[in-house]
Design a protein around this ligand. Structure first.
Ligand code: IPE
Ligand code: IPE
Ligand code: MG
Length: 269
């Protein structure tokens, strides 16, 4: 059992959910079987993060570049996304989760948008956790879109080039609208960012897990958080200065989180 410190939980955890295809291949099944098992892992991890008290969970579900995959795989992924949104709708609403999408949502099929948009609007008030799904998402595309928005304002004379500060640009980057990620996990054994949260990852702690996403379980998340808690975040400063400002996150009165007391299936709750 991994024991976590309740006082130093990452506020914002972001996950590159990778390895569905390899998981299926290892079982001699089609890649889409891996994506289906991957969507079950999403359900488990959302529940767990909510119980742990993580304030924000950002999940990389589909990249801009993933549109280039074979058409049947893209269609299967969109169908699974649709199914996921329909099946989780009530749970999201009843658990004070604000679901939102970041990415080029306009590229998603109409049936997906028809569920996503109203759910995103209805789930907003008083949320305990913000669940951001990165859908048709690219970190470079997101920064380019922010630059275009500001460039338009400059062209209209609403803004001068000197006003384009780091803070203003950040304010136009939806993936950090509620704060930068503290911890970015990539599953599936690859050591790369693959165009995820390029702006927000500047000072995130990175954790690479060999576990293929469909197998990613509570213990894998606990290990990632535990590793995060052993890191020293410095933000370019020296230790004594850094620890006064960023980092430590007091969101619990007890010193430790008993990870065994964090069920992940509805029957446990
Ligand atoms: C992640 O799994 C899911 C998406 C990118 C949509 P992959 O489909 O990339 O799985 P691998 O990397 O081929 O195993
Ligand atoms: C990143 O995984 C995208 C998602 C997890 C949605 P990919 O499988 O697409 O990334 P690469 O191809 O390994 O870089
Ligand atoms: Mg992959």
């Amino acid at each position: 059992m991994t024991v976590l410190e309740a006082r130093n939980l990452p506020r914002h955890v972001a996950i590159i959910m990778d390895g569905n295809g390899r998981w299926a291949e290892l079982q001699g099944r089609p890649r889409t079987a891996g994506h289906r098992a991957g969507s079950d892992a999403v359900r488990r991890i959302v529940r767990l993060a909510r119980r742990l008290g993580v304030e924000q969970l950002t999940l990389y579900a589909f990249s801009e570049q993933n549109w280039g995959r074979p058409q049947d795989e893209v269609e299967a992924l969109m169908a699974l996304l649709h199914e996921f949104l329909l099946s989780e709708r009530e749970e999201i609403l009843s658990n004070a989760i604000h679901l939102r999408a970041v990415g080029s949502v306009e590229r998603l099929p109409q049936p997906v948008r028809e569920v996503l948009e109203p759910l995103s609007q209805r789930s907003a008030p008083g949320a305990r956790m913000v669940l951001s799904l990165a859908l048709s998402y690219g970190g470079r595309e997101e920064i380019a879109a922010a630059a275009r928005t500001l460039a338009r304002k400059v062209a209209r004379g609403q803004l001068s080039p000197e006003d384009v500060t780091e803070e203003l640009l950040a304010a136009h980057i939806p993936s950090v609208a509620y704060g930068e990620p503290d911890l970015i996990i990539r599953t599936g054994g690859e050591f790369r960012i693959s165009n995820f949260l390029l702006w927000g990852s500047a000072y995130a702690e990175l954790f690479f897990s060999p576990t293929l996403w469909p197998d990613f379980a509570a213990e894998d998340l606990f290990q990632a958080i535990s590793a995060y808690q052993r890191r020293e975040r410095r933000f370019g400063l020296v230790p004594s200065v850094a620890s006064n400002g960023h980092g430590a996150h007091a969101n619990g009165s007890s010193a430790l989180v008993e990870t065994q007391a964090c069920p992940t299936s509805p029957s446990d709750s």
